[in-house]
Design a binder for this molecule. Structure first.
Ligand code: FAD
Length: 488
């Protein structure tokens, strides 16, 4: 008889774990509360427009490739990837735009134009970032976070100083131009914390950015979800949508017996939750929870976001597939996310126009527009605030790129803190999990294996290794290995 495993939620980490576990001959059932699979990587289709509602940056293509290779497949068997050029552009003011091209040589040239002598410094910075990337991928991120000793290898010992400094310090030491400083601090935002609170070792994200490039799967990021679901089904995984889990049931011996959905008990030998870790523990009786409310409250969470999905009745000008608007004070915006949570007066924001490079994403002659303002988790979210910030960012977009947009708006859907909570059971409406700060790295993160219930496991962006789609794929692999090793 195959052992049965139930997985709560269908985000990338769950999808990844599901395939690995099915390959190891478990009878795997994934239960998702929503109608669609893929967790936060949802797709919105409206009036011929297609939007990725969550992740939109495809970085670290090697991690995706390695995932599919583990099943004798390649990403190309499922979706077509294109490297974007420019990877992205950054707007610092009217007619002040820096484009990050698709090769290091193009990027060195742009740096040198902005600050004399900076290309040499960038070469050294990227050489160290590349070295750290290789160490991270080979020695660190594929470790389950069970013990601090996992981090001690002959190569990592030489890198101890990279855990004692931070990204902001390093960037400020080597680069004088405020624009270059902001560009170099941007990649660590994916890790969810301030650059001043992110160890220097994470400069490997700068190699992921400049060295490995920004890619786009045709039809958008949802193609990855479709690929992973199709792979999982081919391994024998069964999916159940519209199945909100109300309880993880545990017997008197402290062993999980299964889950409860709409009052019905579903028995299992192993329970794995890929839903938000905090929420997953609330499905247990309090005595079986390993982390208290006070524990979660003290943690540094990645930001929440105010998102807009807009159909435009025109093609845009002067805008790339990915454009960052860093024309306001970066430190001030970070302060109101992390230090004194409130709505930013002058928000930084990110604009995504996928139809600029992928015509499938919008009807001919029109443009799909996705706007993202990072905000503190847990702050007030009202229709009035959403409307106010829509106007702020659209006015800035129009002014900075010298074109009208508001009058060509066909529709605008929004998504914010309340939706993250309602749709994904997300703690305080965080968008992408628990930040990777020094004290929230590796073995210091919430554990993949429950400390209190023998056959209960967790995966996803609040555990190891951290936020983002590539880490979610890795998290699913790590937890599946722990489950197999546990020999339950
Ligand atoms: C707006 C936004 C932009 C992002 N941009 C990027 C990007 O560009 N690049 C990148 O790499 N990453 C990005 N991320 C982060 C990335 O999307 C996430 O880190 C990753 O998708 C998280 O996957 P996960 O497996 O941890 O879980 P999730 O995607 O959170 O999935 C968890 C699932 O569990 C379900 N669930 C919750 N409670 C229950 C229950 N009781 N019963 C059943 N099901 C339940 C939820 O509905 C959800 O489907 C972004 C995230 C957001 C939100």
């Amino acid at each position: 008889m195959k052992k049965k495993i139930v997985i709560i939620g269908s985000g990338f980490s769950s999808l990844s774990a599901a395939s690995y576990l099915a390959k190891k001959s478990f009878d795997v059932h994934v239960y998702e509360k929503n109608q669609t699979l893929g967790g936060r990587a949802r797709q919105l289709k409206k009036d011929g427009f297609t939007f990725d509602m969550g992740p939109s940056w495809y970085w670290m293509p090697d991690v995706f490739e390695s995932f599919f290779n583990d099943f004798g497949k390649s990403t190309q068997d499922f979706y077509k990837l294109n490297r974007l050029d420019p990877g992205y552009q950054v707007v610092f003011g009217e007619n002040e735009i820096i484009s990050i091209g698709d090769s290091l040589d193009k990027i060195y040239t742009v740096f040198e134009e902005e600050e004399k002598g900076s290309s040499e410094k960038l070469k050294q910075f990227i050489a160290s970032a590349k070295e750290n990337y290789e160490i991270a991928i080979k020695d660190l991120v594929y470790r389950p976070g069970l013990s601090p000793l996992e981090l001690v290898t002959p190569t990592t010992i030489k890198k101890v100083n990279y855990f004692l400094s931070n990204i902001k310090k390093d960037v400020y030491k080597d680069f004088k131009s405020p624009k270059l400083r902001q560009i170099l601090q941007f990649p660590v935002l994916f890790l969810g914390a301030k650059p001043s609170n992110t160890p220097s070792f994470y400069n490997f994200m700068n190699f992921a950015d400049f060295g490995m490039g920004t890619w786009h799967p045709e039809n958008g990021m949802y193609s990855i979800v479709e690929a992973m679901v199709s792979l999982a089904e081919s391994q024998g995984v069964t999916f159940h949508t519209q199945s909100p889990i109300e309880k993880i049931t545990v017997d008197a011996t402290g062993t999980a017996t299964g889950i409860q959905i709409k009052g019905e008990q579903i028995k299992a030998d192993v329970v794995l939750s890929g839903a938000d870790y905090h929420h997953s523990e609330t499905l247990l009786e309090p005595k079986y929870r390993a982390y208290s409310e006070a524990y979660w409250d003290k943690k540094v969470f990645a930001p929440s976001s105010l998102l807009f999905y807009i159909g435009l009745d025109k093609k845009v000008e002067n805008l790339a597939h990915h454009t960052l608007f860093f024309d306001v004070d970066f430190d001030e915006h970070a302060r109101v996310i992390y230090d004194q949570p409130e709505w930013p007066k002058n928000p930084l924001f990110y604009a995504n126009f996928p139809s600029v490079s992928d015509p499938i994403m919008a009807p001919e002659g029109k443009e799909a527009c996705f706007l993202l303002i990072p905000i503190a988790p847990g702050i007030e979210d009202t229709p009035e605030l959403r409307e106010k910030y829509l106007n702020i960012v659209l006015n800035r977009l129009e002014k900075l790129t010298d074109q009208s947009l508001k009058k060509e708006m066909l529709f605008c859907e929004s998504f914010c803190v309340n939706d993250f909570i309602e749709e994904y059971n997300s703690y305080k409406g965080n968008a992408y999990g628990l930040a990777n700060t020094l004290f929230q790295t590796a073995f210091l993160r919430p554990k993949l294996k429950s400390k209190k219930v023998a056959n209960l496991f967790f995966t996803g962006q609040l555990t190891v290794p951290g936020p983002g789609v590539p880490p979610a794929l890795i998290s699913g692999k790590l937890v599946s290995e722990l489950i197999c090793e546990a020999n339950l």
